[in-house]
Design a protein around this ligand. Structure first.
Ligand SMILES: Nc1ncnc2c1ncn2[C@@H]1O[C@H](COP(=O)(O)OP(=O)(O)OP(=O)(O)O)[C@@H](O)[C@H]1O
Length: 264
């Protein structure tokens, strides 16, 4: 498996059970390099479970997950950044008492290869690297229009702004796969519209792949290149947004659940 044809993310026949509950039942799909994949499904469909398997928080019973052709299921949670993965959380996971800039610099530190002993012996090198990380973090803040609040404490910021800080931090580790867990949750209409542009820009300019778990159908359908639909732990459909929206299995799953796949 070589060459550019290898998908960036491959999920193969993943099964996860919790006691008697089958949360994922043989789920397979892949995400191409530089594309946005939406992962949707009614409540309890298995989206978060799958997300947590890819970010190595949950163990799979059987199956395989590869990033850039490399199996990751033996990678510990703290090693996923080196494997090229970065994620945001549904309920934010920022350091509220640190500044915006510090939070983003922490994201960049996750990928730096520094060795503590070597660093201590080469203090100059450390300072240089710290300066480079700071510059890079500032450039990211500018890109996400957060540079004006670089010095502010995260806890004091509005929720929508905090979400952008979390996105900046996730990007600071220079991921090849960015995983976004309900990024639109708690955002107002204008913030969602702005987020659509941001996420497309990230894909186009950075050529990274994005996996998006989201209930906000309008967002998913307008930014995704490909949508994967889960229901009761199984993949029931996969395709372009318009293919998926027309799929009778998807319509049935959402009508049955009282949610709507068509809009938001
Ligand atoms: N840690 C856990 N322990 C036991 N059962 C779990 C656990 N995590 C998920 N489940 C179960 O696995 C199934 C899939 O849940 P999951 O949270 O992955 O669905 P989801 O599609 O993310 O739902 P939602 O949209 O409501 O967040 C559900 O039946 C859920 O109760």
């Amino acid at each position: 498996m070589t060459g550019t044809a290898t998908p960036l993310l491959e999920v193969e026949n993943v099964r996860v059970t919790f006691g008697g509950i089958v949360a994922l039942d043989g789920v397979s799909f892949s995400v191409q390099r530089g594309s946005i994949a939406g992962l949707i499904g009614p409540n309890g469909a298995g989206k978060t479970t799958l997300f947590n398997c890819i970010s190595r928080i949950y163990q799979v019973d059987t199956g395989a997950i590869r990033v850039d052709g490399q199996p990751i299921l033996d990678t510990p949670t703290h090693g996923i950044s080196s494997a090229g993965l970065s994620r945001t959380f549904q309920n934010l996971a920022l350091f509220g008492k640190l500044s915006v800039l510090d939070n983003v610099m922490i994201g960049a530190h996750a990928r730096t290869t520094g060795n503590f002993v070597n660093d201590a012996l080469r203090l100059f090198g450390v300072r240089q690297r710290e300066a480079a990380i700071r510059d890079e973090a500032m450039a990211l803040l500018e890109e996400l229009r957060l540079d004006g609040i670089a010095g502010e404490l995260v806890a004091a910021l509005p929720f929508g702004t905090q979400k952008r800080v979390e996105l900046a931090r996730a990007l600071a580790s220079r991921p090849t796969l960015l995983m976004l867990d309900e990024p639109a949750g708690g955002l107002n209409h204008d913030e969602v519209e702005e987020f659509k542009d941001v996420v497309r820009r990230i894909r186009d300019e950075r050529r990274i792949s994005i996996l998006l778990v989201e209930h906000h159908m309008n967002l998913v359908m307008s930014v995704s290149d490909q949508v994967v639909v889960l229901n009761f732990g199984r993949k029931i459909a996969e395709g372009t947004p318009s293919q998926v929206q027309r799929d009778p299995h998807v319509i049935e799953a959402y009508l049955g659940s009282g949610n709507a796949a068509g809009g938001h």
